[in-house]
Design a protein around this ligand. Structure first.
Ligand code: AMP
Ligand code: MG
Length: 338
């Protein structure tokens, strides 16, 4: 582990580049952007190659539906009128992953998500309003199985990009290394202990704040996992450990070097009574989740899975300061752009 960042980050954000977002029809033609987009195409191809080789089936993702993921850390959902009934644009396809997994066992989507992130998310350099997750779910898997797949996926993609884009990476000024496996695993408690020992505020009961995540990420030279989040940190679908009440069988993967969160994943609650109890505890009204509750009553297998954001992955691989450099027509909170 390396020492905490002094006061200035190597990758300090240049917020003036936000101004170029309204002219994405010009930035998309920059030689640098073209390299990033070519690398992104390789990233997507390599991710599919890896998941297909493990027997996962790619399905077309849902874009709209009566309900979507409520566990989106302060972002707002987009709601619209669907022939007189309320519908949502997917903030994530989590509920549909369980539906599809119950049929095909091992599935993934390239899932477009919309989240109206808070205005100050524009300053993190890692939040878009429109982004794509590679979203994976496997029946009868544990959260350790899911971590193994996430680790294998990232390593495979990095190797592929290094092989096919050595020159492009050099031109972008990125020194990318193949991550060393196995990735380190810290419990949420251990992660909070490390942060506190550096004088950074973080709670044992909640999600780790963005800035603290970034500090922690800066202390590592390889990707790493944080697992066993407390119940208060996550949505109703992350499974509570039956032997350790209050602890969720879930995880995040963080990129090193200050890039922050890469992946969130978990085992899922799948028993209807438990899901309803967790919904109530997280302030969700089960009556709003009609089809989902009916599906759980019908019965689905236990499962685990995760989502990895394609733009954050591209940002990390290409060594970009801001996530809006990793998307052809980026939408950032509060900025009106094509
Ligand atoms: P979440 O379910 O919120 O943990 O999201 C899953 C993954 O999607 C995250 O680990 C990120 O890689 C990515 N992601 C989430 N929110 C955003 C965002 N606002 N902009 C870009 N990527 C995101
Ligand atoms: Mg997350």
């Amino acid at each position: 582990m390396r020492k905490m960042a002094e006061t200035v980050y190597v990758k300090e954000l240049d917020l003036s580049s936000l101004g170029s977002l309204s002219k994405s029809y010009i930035t998309i033609r920059h030689p640098r952007m073209k390299k990033v987009l070519r690398i992104q195409a390789t990233i997507c191809m390599a991710a599919r190659e890896y998941l297909d080789s493990l027997g996962f089936i790619e399905l077309l993702p849902p874009i709209i539906g009566p309900v979507t993921d409520p566990g989106i850390r302060g972002a707002k959902q987009v709601t619209f009128n669907f022939y007189g009934r309320e519908y949502k644009v997917m903030s994530s396809a989590i509920l549909y992953k369980q539906m599809a997994m119950a049929s095909l066992g091992k599935i993934y989507f390239f899932s477009p998500n919309i989240r109206l992130e808070p205005l100050d998310s524009a300053k993190t350099g890692r939040h878009l309003v429109e982004f794509v997750q590679i979203d994976i779910e496997q029946a009868h898997a544990s959260y350790f199985d899911a971590m193994e797949i996430a680790e294998g996926l990232l390593t495979y993609v990095v190797k592929k990009v290094l092989k096919e884009h050595e020159e492009d990476l050099k031109d972008l000024g990125r020194e990318l290394k193949v991550p060393r496996r196995p990735f380190k695993k810290l419990t949420h408690k251990e992660a909070v202990d490390i942060l506190r020992s550096h004088g950074i505020e973080a709670s044992y009961e909640h999600e780790i704040p963005w800035e603290a995540e970034k500090e922690l990420s800066y202390m590592f030279e390889d990707p790493f996992f944080i697992y066993d989040y407390p119940r208060g940190a996550r949505g109703f679908y992350d499974r509570e450990d039956p032997e350790r009440p209050g602890i969720l069988r879930d995880f995040d993967m963080l990129y090193p070097e200050g890039y922050g969160e890469a992946v969130s994943g978990a085992e899922r609650e799948y028993k209807v009574e438990k899901v309803i109890e967790r919904m109530r505890a997280t302030g969700e009204n089960p009556a709003k989740y009609g089809w989902y509750i009916e599906m759980l009553k019908y019965g689905i297998p236990p499962s685990a899975g995760f989502g990895i954001g394609v733009e954050r992955l591209t940002r990390y691989i290409c060594g970009l300061k801001a996530i809006w450099e990793a998307r052809p027509y980026p939408k950032v909170a509060g900025i009106y752009s094509p």
